[in-house]
Design a binder for this molecule. Structure first.
Ligand code: GCO
Ligand code: MN
Ligand code: MN
Ligand code: MN
Length: 388
């Protein structure tokens, strides 16, 4: 039995906005007091987190003067030093202020788009000052309630122009950020552009510097749309584009719940952790989630501990899955290719095509074969349920 105590080397991070969430929702006001960023740094460090991520305005109020900004940032940097914490990821709040109600990079008003660029360049300066390596673009307001308002092709063009602009800014400043686009299907807009991982991957290929851009997929976001998040992450990995990940809990088809990691659909989360651990992904395991609205501050730390602990438990379950002789035996059988047929398929050649054309298939026998997935899934469930 391993010990499920989070350690710095596990690379667990939280956003200031996650444990700092005061529980406001569309129907009710805050239920918790705001926590000072420096206090969050201290608490998360004690719990074993590696670092803390932020939007510009999680730390520096939108209307702060330059002197206030410098004082706040200096205090925060001191707390990071004192508690051995890092800021691996930074991002821009381009959604809270009314100025962004029609979008930031995709707003119909070019002044708003220019302001969004200014705010992002400043937030990149801040992120670089704090040592961040990944810069996230979550287009929360980049969408519409009605397509009468703008042509979606025009919106994508504006989005592209802004991202291209910021990539050049990054290069000129020598920041060398990895830019990570975070897709989401809806909420707060009725429909958000670049709704899923696949859409973002397609869009990245149209940018001037596609190599600078990757993904920040979030469990809740594909899940809201009823999609398989593990497959989305796998596709990002396959494309060499998994730059960051937002882990949390979410039921299919609901509002954006952002529950504690692992609180919903353990089996999917098991395969997610297994995938991350086996893929060689070296980035942060970031929790973009918050405590239930019923909780006081103690509940917030229970929430944070729970995210990390569940991840480590699932990681151990994945090791158990890989060491289970019966499971491995079934997988081995599924993957044997005694006649070497897989080799013919791997790439086209006239002779491979010829040999495949000449093969005799016993279609009826192939169609009758059982794959033993019931057994395999039940064994997986028994590992997850702790009886194996
Ligand atoms: C959401 C998003 C945000 C982003 C954050 C960092 O649904 O609210 O997931 O939490 O992840 O803005 O980019
Ligand atoms: Mn989210
Ligand atoms: Mn959310
Ligand atoms: Mn997120």
């Amino acid at each position: 039995m391993s010990d499920y105590t989070p350690q710095k080397h596990h690379k667990f991070t939280f956003g200031l906005w996650t444990v700092g969430n005061v529980g406001r929702d569309p129907f009710g006001n805050a239920v918790r007091e705001p926590l000072a960023p420096t206090y969050i740094v201290k608490k998360l460090s004690e719990l074993g987190a590696y670092g803390v991520n932020l939007h510009d305005n999680d730390l520096v109020p939108i209307d702060a003067t330059a002197a206030e900004r410098d004082r706040i940032v200096a205090e925060f940097k001191k707390a990071l030093d004192d508690y051995g914490m890092r800021v691996p990821m930074a991002t821009t709040n381009l959604f809270y202020d009314p100025v962004f109600k029609d979008g930031a990079f995709t707003s119909n008003d070019p002044k708003v788009r220019a302001y969004a660029l200014q705010k992002t360049m400043r937030a990149m300066d801040l992120g670089a000052e704090l040592g961040a390596e990944v810069y996230v673009f979550w287009g929360g307001r980049e969408g519409v309630e009605t397509d009468a308002s703008k042509d979606p092709r025009e919106a994508l063009k504006r989005y592209r122009e802004c991202l291209n602009f910021l990539a050049e800014y990054d290069i000129e400043k020598g920041y060398n950020f990895k830019f990570a686009i975070e897709p989401k299907p809806n909420e707060p807009r009725g429909d958000i552009y670049l709704p899923v991982v696949g859409a973002a991957l397609g869009f990245i290929a149209t940018l001037n510097r596609p190599e600078k851009f990757g993904l920040n997929p979030e469990y809740a976001h594909e899940t809201m749309a009823g999609l398989n998040f593990v497959h989305a992450v796998a596709q990002a990995i396959d494309a060499g584009k998994l730059f960051h990940i937002d882990l949390n809990g979410q039921k299919i088809g609901r509002y954006d719940q952002d529950y504690r990691f692992g609180a919903e659909d353990l089996k999917t989360n098991f395969f997610l952790v297994k995938l991350l651990e086996e893929s060689g992904y070296e980035g942060m395991r970031h929790f973009d989630a918050h405590a239930y609205r019923t909780e006081d501050e103690e509940g917030v730390w229970d929430f944070a501990r729970g995210c990390m602990r569940t991840y480590l438990i699932l990681k151990e379950k994945a090791e158990r899955f890989n060491a289970d002789p019966e499971i491995q035996g079934l997988l081995h059988e599924l993957n044997t290719d005694s006649e070497g047929i897989g080799g013919l398929i791997r790439s086209y050649s006239p002779s491979n095509a010829q040999r495949i054309m000449e093969m005799q298939f016993d279609r009826a026998a192939l169609g009758k074969r059982g794959y033993a997935y019931e057994k395999l899934d039940q064994l997986t469930m028994e590992i997850l349920l702790g009886v194996r």
